[in-house]
Design a protein around this ligand. Structure first.
Ligand SMILES: Cc1cc2nc3c(=O)[nH]c(=O)nc-3n(C[C@H](O)[C@H](O)[C@H](O)COP(=O)(O)O)c2cc1C
Length: 214
């Protein structure tokens, strides 16, 4: 089974792309590592044609504004239904917010997209709280290990491991206590410490409340 990984982040292969890190981790250690291609800066017509050579396509993407990034939508519009049966399409979505419930709409869309494109649906793996991976890779060692195991098991079984899907998908929604504690952090302004540091480093702190479109 020949598999291609499509990186759906607008950051493509940039050092600070979490999708790049997750894609590389998924294939690391495979006996025959899958090819990886980025949507960003690609000729979409050519890329859509290129993936037809593979039995399975796995698209790894970030969630942007509760949806898939625009370049990913654009790429989907270039895809044609598979001309033969037996092909597979799967997705790995990663996002900044903690709850993976926010990914459920795009997941439903992906399931129906696979059908429309005459692919078997391999499933969707969702991971929240992933924004810091490129900044603090050591803190995300366990998460990256799970992604690596997911890739290795995929190579052996040609399926996404259900236990790993479940583990990565937690929490689907925060409990009442977690929501209360998170609200407390927000009230104390502690949720913004890291973001404010980045804004200062980029000399953008004073502009953080700008509303350019109003
Ligand atoms: C423009 C933009 C919009 C985003 N919107 C969301 C969002 O709606 N929900 C969420 O959980 N994370 C959101 N994020 C966070 C990204 O999903 C997260 O940082 C992800 O790891 C980025 O992957 P990348 O570095 O490969 O692009 C957003 C990030 C950006 C830059």
């Amino acid at each position: 089974m020949k598999t291609i990984i499509i990186n759906g982040s607008p950051k493509g292969n940039a050092r600070n792309s979490n999708t790049r890190i997750i894609s590389e981790e998924f294939v690391r250690g495979m006996k025959t590592p899958c090819d990886i291609k980025c949507i960003a800066n690609s000729d979409l017509e050519e890329l859509a044609h290129h993936i037809e050579k593979y039995d399975t396509v796995i698209i790894i993407l970030p969630l942007y504004i509760h949806a898939m990034p625009g370049i990913m939508m654009n790429f989907i519009e270039h895809l044609k239904p598979a001309s033969i049966q037996g092909k597979y399409l799967g997705f790995i979505i990663q996002a900044g917010f903690v709850e993976t419930a926010q990914e459920k709409y795009v997941e439903r869309y992906f399931a129906s997209l696979a059908k429309q494109l005459n692919y078997n649906y391999l499933g969707t793996v969702s991971k929240g709280e992933a924004a810091g991976i490129y900044m603090f890779p050591k803190m995300f060692k366990k998460v990256l290990k799970k992604i690596n195991d997911l890739g290795k098991i995929y190579e052996e079984t040609h399926a996404f491991d259900q236990n790993i899907i479940e583990e990565l998908g937690k929490p689907y929604e925060l409990s009442k206590i977690q929501t209360f504690l998170f609200q407390l952090l927000c009230d104390l302004g502690l949720n913004n410490v890291g973001w404010h540091k980045m804004l200062r480093q980029n000399h953008a702190f004073d502009k953080r409340l700008d509303r350019p479109f109003l």
